[in-house]
Design a protein around this ligand. Structure first.
Ligand code: DGL
Length: 350
C-alpha cells in the first residue's frame, strides 16, 4: 500500500511539472507577403513577396521557441495585393478550427502589409474566439539588410502568449506596436513604421517579449460578432468608387451593370461625390444595390445625414470606417440583410 502511495505521489508530481513547464500552443498560419519575400541582393529594393515557406521563417527566429510551443502551416504564399474572398473564407474557417477544435492557445498569421488591415478587420468580424489572433508582416524582405520580419514575428508570438491580448479582437503586430483591427491603417508605402491606429492611436506595444496594452477596442468583435462564415463558400460582391473633382460616373455604372450587391464611395470630404456619380448612386440604391458613403480623407468620420440626406436616399454612412474596411463590413452585412437601416446599425456597432 505504501509503495502505491509513493508511485501515485511521483506521478502527480511529474504531471504537475509537465503542466507547469508546458508552453502555450501557438499555430502560425502563413499567407505570404514581404515577410516571406526574397530580394535579388540584400541591398536591393527589388524583391518578390511570398517566396519563403513558414518553416524557414520559424527557423530564422529560434527564440520564439522560448516563448511557446510553435508550429506552422502554409495556407497560401501570395503577395497580399492578391488577397481574395476565397482565401479570406479559408483563413477564417481555419483559425476557428485551430482555436475551437484543435485547442491551440493562440494563432499568429503572417501576411503582406498591403491588405493586412482588410484581412485583420474581416477576421475581427468572423473569428469566434477570445483567444489572441495576431497578424505580422514586414516592410523589408527576409533577405534584406535589417529585415524587420524576424522581430515582428517574435513580437507577434510574444503578444500571442500574453494574457493581456485575450479578448482584444484581432491585432496587428508591426514595429514593436500592437494595432487593433478596426483602426489599423497602412500609412506609408515603404517605411517600417507604416502602420498607425488613426485618431485613437496604437492599442499597445511589445517590449522584451511581453505585450503591454494601452486601451481596449470600443467596437464589437469576434465572440460578440453576429457574422458567421462557416457555411459560406462565397461573399457578396462590393466595389469601391474613388471620388475626385469632376468625377466620371462610369466606374459606378460599371458596378451597377455588373449587378454588384453593394458599392462603397471613397468620397471627398465628409463622404460627398460629384453630381454625375450621385445620380447613379441614387439609381443604384433604388435597384437594391446598397450604397455606403465613406471618405478618401485619411482620418475623421463620414457622418450620417450631414451634407447628404442619407435617410432620404437610404444610403449608409461608414462613420469611422475607411472605404476598404467599410467594404468588408458591407460584404458581411449583406450576408445577413439588405435592410439599409439594419446595415447602418452594424456600422454603428462594428
Ligand atoms: N506585395 C506586398 C504585400 O504582400 C508587399 C508589402 C509587404 O508585405 O510588406 O502586401
Amino acid at each position: 500500500m505504501k509503495r502505491l502511495k509513493v508511485i501515485a505521489f511521483a506521478a502527480a508530481t511529474l504531471l504537475c511539472c509537465i503542466s507547469l513547464s508546458a508552453k502555450p500552443k501557438v499555430r502560425i498560419v502563413a499567407t505570404g507577403g514581404t515577410i516571406a519575400g526574397v530580394s535579388s541582393s540584400s541591398s536591393s529594393s527589388a524583391y518578390t513577396a511570398g517566396q519563403v515557406g513558414i518553416q524557414t521563417l520559424i527557423d530564422a527566429v529560434p527564440q520564439i521557441l522560448d516563448l511557446a510551443d510553435v508550429s506552422g502551416e502554409q495556407l497560401v504564399n501570395i503577395g497580399s495585393q492578391d488577397m481574395n474572398d476565397e482565401v479570406w473564407l479559408k483563413l477564417a474557417k481555419r483559425v476557428n478550427q485551430l482555436l475551437e477544435e484543435e485547442d491551440y492557445d493562440a494563432v499568429v498569421i503572417t501576411h503582406g502589409t498591403d491588405t493586412m488591415e482588410e484581412t485583420a478587420y474581416f477576421l475581427n468580424l468572423t473569428v469566434k474566439s477570445d483567444k489572441p489572433v495576431i497578424m505580422a508582416g514586414s516592410m523589408r524582405p527576409s533577405t534584406a539588410i535589417s529585415a524587420d520580419g524576424p522581430a515582428n514575428l517574435y513580437n507577434a508570438v510574444a503578444a500571442a502568449v500574453s494574457p493581456a491580448c485575450e479578448g482584444m479582437g484581432v491585432l496587428c503586430c508591426m514595429n514593436n506596436q500592437l494595432l487593433d483591427a478596426k483602426t489599423v491603417i497602412k500609412t506609408h508605402t515603404i517605411d517600417c513604421d507604416t502602420f498607425e491606429g488613426g485618431p485613437s492611436g496604437i492599442i499597445g506595444y511589445v517590449y522584451n517579449g511581453e505585450a503591454h496594452m494601452l486601451q481596449r477596442p470600443m467596437n464589437k468583435h469576434t465572440t460578440e460578432s453576429v457574422f458567421d462564415v462557416s457555411g459560406l463558400d462565397k461573399l457578396p460582391q462590393v466595389g469601391i468608387v474613388y471620388g475626385y473633382a469632376n468625377a466620371s460616373a462610369l466606374p459606378m455604372k460599371a458596378f451597377v451593370d455588373a449587378k454588384f450587391d453593394g458599392i462603397v464611395l471613397a468620397g471627398v470630404g465628409d463622404g460627398n461625390f460629384y453630381k454625375d456619380v450621385f445620380e447613379v448612386a441614387v439609381e443604384a440604391q433604388q435597384k437594391g444595390i446598397q450604397i455606403v458613403r465613406s471618405s478618401r480623407c485619411p482620418t475623421g468620420p463620414t457622418c450620417l445625414n450631414s451634407e447628404v440626406d442619407d435617410a432620404k436616399y437610404h444610403f449608409v454612412a461608414s462613420l469611422d470606417l475607411n472605404p476598404q474596411k467599410a467594404r468588408v463590413l458591407l460584404m458581411l452585412a449583406l450576408t445577413r440583410t439588405h435592410d439599409w437601416e439594419k446595415i447602418q446599425e452594424y456600422f454603428m456597432e462594428y
